[in-house]
Design a protein around this ligand. Structure first.
Ligand code: BTN
Length: 257
């Protein structure tokens, strides 16, 4: 059982998670918060679900997570001023918050995989899915969905990247309230830093990305591209060096060649 009291004591934020919704079961925390028809519009609202029936992953994949063992939650952002300019960088804010939180609490080394996976020892511990609703060309509401494997020990199915959990990596049962509060505390801090200094955010993110400078392949829909992961541009897009040319990649699954 998730203890709201224990979580609340550890939450240090001004607005992220101050409006907190807890659900036993839902289709997807992202889908729910994205829907303008629901009554929740407060900037920073967090919805945590013990189980999702239709948990969504990137590229229309399904996100499976054992009931009550992990953290599947979404953060709603409605303050347009705060994200209009740096919309794409929020992926980096989210993955960095998770990585920093894991390092702070468990002294584990994390790795970030473009665009937004968090790995430990080459295995995926967290995935992030950003979704938004626009009116004209303006984003109205933005939802940052985070799936963090906490206490699950068995994973069934086939995976792009093998999964792991904090329990498997530390050998200890993990306090979900503590890690959720830590992620939200770091999210707010890093999100504020992003507006002040977006360049520093990307530099920080890059220090945890092992693939920069490496030969990689990228699967972009039906296409596979090969090259060297040269750098990230100021919006966080991947710059791929191929035969003296630099190509900007907007999305895709990256692997080492
Ligand atoms: C991925 O790596 O493919 C992204 C996974 C994102 C999963 C989270 S769980 C909470 C939120 N609600 C969803 O339906 N998906 C995200």
């Amino acid at each position: 059982m998730f203890s709201l009291e224990n979580f609340d004591i550890k939450l240090n934020t001004e607005y992220i998670g101050r409006n907190f919704i807890y659900s036993e079961e839902i289709d997807s925390t992202n889908t729910f918060l994205l829907n303008k028809g629901n009554k929740f519009n407060t900037d920073g609202t967090v919805l945590l679900a013990e189980k999702q029936n239709k948990g969504k992953g990137r590229k229309d994949r399904i996100w499976y997570s054992a009931k009550g063992q992990n953290l599947t939650f979404s953060i709603l952002l409605t303050n347009k001023k705060s994200f209009q300019k740096n919309f794409n960088l929020i992926n980096f804010v989210a993955s960095l918050s998770v990585a920093v939180s894991i390092e702070n609490l468990y002294q584990l080394k994390t790795e970030l995989k473009w665009p937004n996976d968090v790995l430990i020892n080459g295995k995926k511990v967290a995935g992030i899915l950003l979704e938004s609703v626009s009116q004209g060309n303006k984003i109205e509401r933005l939802v940052v969905g985070i799936g963090l494997n906490v206490n699950q020990q068995l994973f069934q199915g086939t995976f792009n990247i093998p999964p792991t959990s904090l329990r498997l990596e530390t050998g200890e049962n993990i306090d979900r309230e503590r890690i959720l509060a830590e992620v939200l505390n770091n999210f707010e801090e890093i999100f504020e830093r992003m507006s002040a200094d977006p360049k520093a955010l990307l530099e920080d993110w890059k220090t945890r990305c092992r693939l920069i400078g490496e030969k990689i392949s990228i699967i972009e829909g039906e296409n596979v591209k090969y090259g060297i992961f040269d750098d990230l541009d100021s919006d966080g897009f991947l710059l791929l060096r191929t035969k003296g040319k630099i190509e900007k990649i907007h999305f895709g699954d990256v692997s080492v060649r």
